[in-house]
Ligand binder design. Structure first.
Ligand code: FES
Length: 143
């Protein structure tokens, strides 16, 4: 027998987190070890350094299934490759411009610094970013 109540499904975005091996991925690991809760929407991809993420990768992700991309690197001065995160910062500016060209809201992309000891901060960042993407709704490239 039906209750007559419609069950409204909450929109669950796909979030990609590109985390540098030396700090941010370790921070994500610590979040897991410390049992810090963050949404299951987040798929983490380990990269060696945030400076190695080409802008095209972010655009490709956002046009082919991801609703949001967060790029995480070491804090300034802590990059294992010296200035990779500074390069990432400049690339983030380029990514923001590219997003406009693609008609994608710039809030769908975020650059953040997370150290190996910042597990709770990693979880908080992912929770807040996921909430932000939920408010935006699905990527305009999703049919
Ligand atoms: Fe972490 Fe370069 S190694 S940003």
């Amino acid at each position: 027998m039906s209750t007559g109540l419609a069950v409204e499904q909450e929109y669950e975005p796909v979030i990609l987190a590109l985390a540098c091996n030396w700090c941010s991925y370790a921070g994500a690991d610590l979040a897991g070890i410390s049992r810090c809760q963050y949404p299951a929407n987040v798929r983490i991809i380990r990269v060696m350094c945030s400076g190695m993420v080409h802008p095209n990768l972010v655009i490709e992700a956002l046009t082919k299934g991801a609703d949001g991309v967060v790029m995480c690197g070491c804090h300034p001065g802590d990059c294992h490759y010296q200035e990779g995160n500074l390069k990432a910062e400049r690339r983030a500016e380029a990514i923001t411009l590219m997003l406009q060209d693609f008609g994608i809201e710039e809030e769908r992309f975020k650059l953040a610094w997370v150290s190996a000891s910042e597990g709770p901060q990693f979880a908080k960042l992912m929770t807040e970013f996921t909430d932000q993407i939920k408010r935006l709704g699905p990527s305009p490239y999703k049919t």
